[in-house]
Design a protein around this ligand. Sequence first.
Ligand code: GLN
Length: 537
Amino acid sequence: MANQAKYIFVTGGVTSSLGKGIVASSLAKLLQARGFSVTIQKFDPYLNIDPGTLNPYEHGECYVTNDGAETDLDLGHYERYLNRPTSQANNVTTGRIYQHVIDKERRGDYLGKTVQIIPHITDEIKRRMLLLGEDGRYEIVITEIGGTVGDIEALPFIEAVRQLRWELGSRCVSVHLTLVPFLRATGELKTKPTQHSVKMLQESGVQPDILVCRAEHSLGEDVRRKLALFCNVTPDAVIESLDAQTIYEVPMLLRDQAMDQVVLRKLGLSAEGNPELNKWESFVANLLNPEREVRIGLIGKYVELKDSYKSISEALIHAGTEHRAKVQIEWIHSEELTPENAASHLEGLHGVLVAPGFGARGFEGKIEAVRIAREHGIPFLGICFGMQASVIEYARNVLGLQGANSSEVDPQTPHAVIDLMAGQKDITDKGGTMRLGACDCALEPGSKLAQLYGSELISERHRHRYEFNNAFRAELTAAGLQPVGINPQNDLVEIVTIPTHPWFVGVQFHPEYRSTVEAPHPLFTSFVEAALQHAHV
Ligand code: GLN
């Protein structure tokens, strides 16, 4: 099938962290709400093959797709907004591009040619930029380019965009996101950084069609006209992006300025009618007008950088909104929790969520948090490392297995209740070698969880190396820690609960990756509901 898809490229200028991912997602939402099939992909200019090996302090959360790709956290936004899964093809890094080209060179595929950034690297970038539009699945492909225009490492991507604009003609639109700062001393919005940023793009041969300007104050007609004049865009293509109360308001803010219509017109697509956003708008209305509040402690070791737990905090927002409740997240550093202070640190919480993680630092604090939640009947959700902590806590404090641990944290532990499975033992590479992506999980027939999910066979995404050690399964079950979700292919324990506790669930997988605005995750909605009940006992 001939590739007839339309392509939208989103670049950023002036500074990073302007919210390119949210703008791209919001535009995609508007187009989807008009009936177009849309996908979003992210091209990141760093040399890592994927963000899987990056410390969360460097790059925030690593988001995992169904097909097991370890990706940028913006893909989480794409899924949460569009309610459609992404895949490996939706996140490409410079590292992956180079690896592919160098592998080809080693095979001799270039037939003696000198392999160069232009055309070989740029051709590979272009090939991947076009890929998702090729099989007719998507009418519109939005590509977000990571980093900021002017970065040396982003140059090949911008060059690829320049070439594609030439090749695709009217099937292609370029959106540039910039900052219009407000100078308090003079009370003015300043357009110069945007002018410079656009000039820089133009020097690379790319003329943006649409400007999205992050600003603290509304641009006003004069600033809009000035920007249009200096940057070669039509005045209706200067869109402001003011700070919103929630990221989920941004689609409406862009719609109110007809950004979707401007984009469609430039792409030669029909802009008749309006995007159908009823469900979305009622979600935002509920989110902004909660009737009650619930306090959930999020116990992790990267709490200084909240982006490390992006999907979890968003899943809690989705779940809270279902119950018309504001979820107040108390960020608690696991390194600060000790057997002596844990009870007082967690006092007043209505729910305890022990977060995923790696390595020994702060792990004992997580185990203490589990103990308090278990002993005090506080609703508990343990995710991945958090689930593993709950198994260890139970083994130590209920079964009396002193020194029980994960062999990740203590390779000498006498009771490795969490351990490496045979398949992982000989692996030395760190990148892409964990259990990754969607796996089946069979729920106990008739159980509360099966009711919650509305199914006895579910599929959830994984990202871990260590597993519940089945050698301890019978003993732990007899002592009251019930495995209620089992992988039917390999018999691994995926979910544990304590039936005598008001709400205690540990999951080896990451439910947070699957929660979207339109489909909040049942585990999170049930957890927040239990926390709301706990708030009233
Ligand atoms: N460190 C644990 C493992 O590798 C848990 C990983 C996680 O929490 N994502 O098994």
